[in-house]
Every structure is written in C-alpha cells, then in structure tokens.
Write a protein that binds this ligand. Structure first.
Ligand code: ADP
Ligand code: MG
Length: 140
C-alpha cells in the first residue's frame, strides 16, 4: 500500500456550475478521501505564485485571470496512489481528449476551463498542499 496525499482544486468554471458536490462524489466513488477542504477566492498574485511553473507559457496571464475570477474549492485528497489515481480520475488537460467518464470529460468546457486541478507528483503535492493548508487544518 502506498497511501499518498494530493492537492485538488475545483476551479471557477465548476463552482459557477454548482457541481462541487458532483465532483466530490466522483472523488469519493474512486476511493479517495477528502481530508481537508475550503472554498476561497484566489488573489491574482496567489494564482501567479501557484502556477509559477507556467509563467513563460502563452496562456499564463489568461490562466491567472481565470483562476482568480471566482470561488475555487481547494482540497487535500488521501488514498492509495492518490497522486496518479487522481490524475487518472481527472482525465487529460483538454476535456475534448479526456477519457470517457473522467471529471474533465464530464464537466470541463475547454482546455483552460477544465473543472479541476490535481498535483502531478508527490513532491509537487507536498508543495501545493502546504501552499493552501496549515498542517493543523488537515485531518487524516
Ligand atoms: P494539468 O492541469 O493537466 O496539469 P498543465 O499543468 O499543463 O495541465 O496546465 C495547467 C492549467 O493551465 C490547465 O489545467 C489549464 O487550466 C491551463 N492550460 C493548459 N494548457 C492550456 C492551453 N493550451 N491554453 C489555455 N489554458 C491552458
Ligand atoms: Mg499541471
């Protein structure tokens, strides 16, 4: 067993559609446990820092504007192989290319407005979790 934690974000397009519960149901149906969760609005400079790795990409400014355009739900997911498992449950970045029944295929609207974020490695998961949560806010 490799029990891991990963950071998930339900993005502004999904909170606008009022589908936080539907996404959480998918997360839980796949065996992941939501062990911390809060609904917040990201300041632009927070979104810039969070996505700093993409600062040289042509879509960076649009991504930052989108991520700070409305509420997001940040959450810590825990479970067997949580990082890779959640990436599988999410589906490909572009909803049009995502596997059937993945969160992005079902709920995403475009390559940018793709409903959810999930950490891409255990190292980034640790960094991203501590970006949003104090250890006292996480109950395993
Ligand atoms: P992922 O979220 O699947 O790990 P990336 O890390 O490559 O994907 O990109 C981060 C986020 O930036 C994506 O989830 C999406 O919201 C946005 N994005 C990625 N590629 C594009 C693109 N070509 N055009 C617009 N937005 C993009
Ligand atoms: Mg990524």
């Amino acid at each position: 067993m490799d029990i891991q934690r990963t950071l998930s974000i339900i993005k502004p397009d999904a909170t606008a559609k009022n589908i936080t519960g539907a996404i959480n149901a998918d997360i839980e149906a796949h065996g992941l446990r939501i062990i911390a969760q809060k609904r917040i609005i990201l300041a632009k400079n927070q979104a810039e820092r969070f996505y700093g790795v993409h600062s040289d990409k042509p879509f960076f400014q649009s991504l930052v504007n989108y991520m700070s355009s409305g509420p997001v739900v940040v959450q810590v997911l825990e479970g067997e192989n949580a990082v890779g498992n959640y990436r599988d449950i999410m589906g490909a970045t572009d909803p049009a290319k995502a596997e059937l029944n993945t969160i992005r295929q079902k709920f995403g609207s475009s390559i940018e407005n793709n409903a959810v974020h999930g950490s891409d490695s255990t190292e980034n998961a640790n960094r991203e979790i501590s970006f949003f949560f104090a250890s006292t806010e996480i109950t395993g």
